[in-house]
Design a protein around this ligand. Structure first.
Ligand SMILES: Cc1cc2nc3c(=O)[nH]c(=O)nc-3n(C[C@H](O)[C@H](O)[C@H](O)COP(=O)(O)O)c2cc1C
Length: 201
């Protein structure tokens, strides 16, 4: 069964000309060659109130839209800036909302590939943030890919179009995304098998 995987990209920065936003867009663009159906949530798309358990009735349409995309995703790629050695609060808050999928047919991010990219000024912030992203991915029952990408110094630079300026960064992202797409096909095939024939997209 040949099914297009659905991949959601989250970027955790509200900066103008955000590096993480540029990288998330670039990663999504790269996955199109694999026939992936991509959706990017940049920082401004994730400006939700602080997560409160049991407040689903209060969620606005943007939260519903986000949670629906996360529930249907075959893979998720998390791109976070290092803020004081950690994942940005904006991204963490958006991830906390995934708790509302705890009772879904596939709870949380069960079985999904999780690609992780940390963007920082220095190596230490990049490394600690990447470790946290991977830990969060596990906690959501996802499968962080073997390669996570920690970017710092010139490796964290992108041009005006969001393309990483160094060859090393582009190759690292491509390898990680290849792993994301490979694993996402397992989820995509299962999803298609559950979907009644004639309603597949
Ligand atoms: C509040 C704040 C805290 C930061 N803390 C760190 C840090 O601990 N380590 C680090 O290497 N860079 C740190 N940085 C730098 C950012 O990680 C870096 O500039 C990143 O590229 C920002 O991504 P953006 O352009 O998408 O906003 C910090 C930046 C901000 C605004």
């Amino acid at each position: 069964m040949n099914v297009a995987p659905k991949i959601v990209f989250l970027s955790g920065s509200l900066s103008g000309n955000s590096t993480t936003g540029g990288i998330a867009d670039w990663c999504a663009g790269h996955c199109v060659q694999y026939r992936a159906v991509t959706r990017v949530f940049r920082g401004a798309d994730l400006e939700f109130p602080f997560y409160r358990r049991g407040a689903a009735a209060d969620h606005g349409p943007e939260v519903h839209d986000y949670l629906q995309a996360m529930e249907q995703a075959d893979a998720v790629v998390l791109v976070s800036p290092a803020y004081h050695g950690a994942v940005s609060g904006l991204l963490k808050n958006a991830i906390d909302y995934v708790n509302d999928l705890a009772e879904a047919t596939r709870p949380l991010l069960d079985g999904r590939a999780i690609g992780c990219v940390a963007v920082a000024r220095g190596e230490q912030g990049a490394a600690s943030t990447l470790g946290m992203l991977r830990t969060i991915g596990h906690a959501l029952r996802g499968w962080p890919t073997p390669l996570g990408v920690a970017l710092s110094n010139e490796q964290a630079l992108v041009d005006g179009a969001g393309t990483p300026v160094t060859e090393r960064t582009r190759v690292q992202l491509q390898v990680m995304l290849g792993q994301v797409v490979s694993h996402s096909l397992i989820s995509a095939r299962r999803r298609a098998a559950r979907t009644p024939a004639g309603t597949r997209k």
